[in-house]
Design a protein around this ligand. Structure first.
Ligand SMILES: [Zn+2]
Ligand SMILES: [Zn+2]
Length: 217
């Protein structure tokens, strides 16, 4: 059974998720947002071994804690990112443009792609490619737990911005409709910012992509 330790970290209150299969103690960090030592300390306290860093996308506020986490681990964690965000990763996730400097940590060596299966102990995760907020944005769906880690694709009552380099509104809407609204309604959506929500709730009431936005006129 998947266990989730959530954090809100960094200058723009980014959600980072330390997740594990407690039976094997194997852990991953989805979006090590900031202050990696805090995430590292929590893993240590729980007796979990962080083996993976999985990125929904390469914006600096989602990867800013990676260097500090990697500094505390031996062997180094395996870093996974969609190749369409590699360029953004090499630009420190846009940090300089916002006046920040980050240590991006180890280079991503596992290329994420649509339909890919990731394993964490006995837990299965499915990668869904969801461009729009960035070209290489992905979400991580855990069918066995009805949870989807959805980064900056969709939020409670909102959606990801598309005005940054590589953003595309049409793609964002398409990604939400084909990759999020096709999940069971009771699926929990754990976003990159703000409170959690569900697929059903956003389908019904999200003003940008929900049913009211779909109705003609
Ligand atoms: Zn972002
Ligand atoms: Zn973000």
């Amino acid at each position: 059974m998947l266990e989730i330790a959530p954090f809100v970290l960094g200058p723009v209150q980014t959600n980072a998720y330390l997740i594990a299969d407690p039976s094997t103690r194997e852990a991953a960090v989805i979006d090590p947002a900031w202050d990696g030592q805090i995430i590292l300390a929590e893993a240590l306290a729980r007796g979990w071994r962080i083996a993976h860093l999985w990125y929904t996308h390469a914006h600096f506020d989602h990867i800013g804690g990676a260097g500090a986490i990697a500094d505390g681990l031996n062997p180094l964690p395996l870093v996974a990112l969609h190749p369409s965000d590699h360029l953004l990763w090499r630009m420190e996730g846009g940090a300089p443009a916002f006046g920040f400097k980050i240590d991006p940590g180890p280079e991503p060596t596992l290329d994420l792609h649509q339909g890919q299966r990731l394993r964490l102990g006995s837990i299965d995760l499915e990668v869904r490619a969801t461009p729009g907020h960035t070209p290489g944005h992905c979400v991580f769906y855990v069918p066995g737990s009805r949870v989807c880690f959805c980064g900056d694709l969709i939020f409670r009552a909102s959606v990801g911005r598309t005005d940054l380099p590589g953003g595309d509104w049409e793609q964002l809407v398409q990604s939400i409709r084909t990759q999020i609204f096709t999940l069971p309604d009771d699926t929990r959506l754990l976003s990159g910012h703000g409170e959690e929500t569900t697929v059903g709730r956003e389908k019904r009431s999200n003003a940008f992509v929900g049913e009211s936005a779909l109705s003609p006129g």
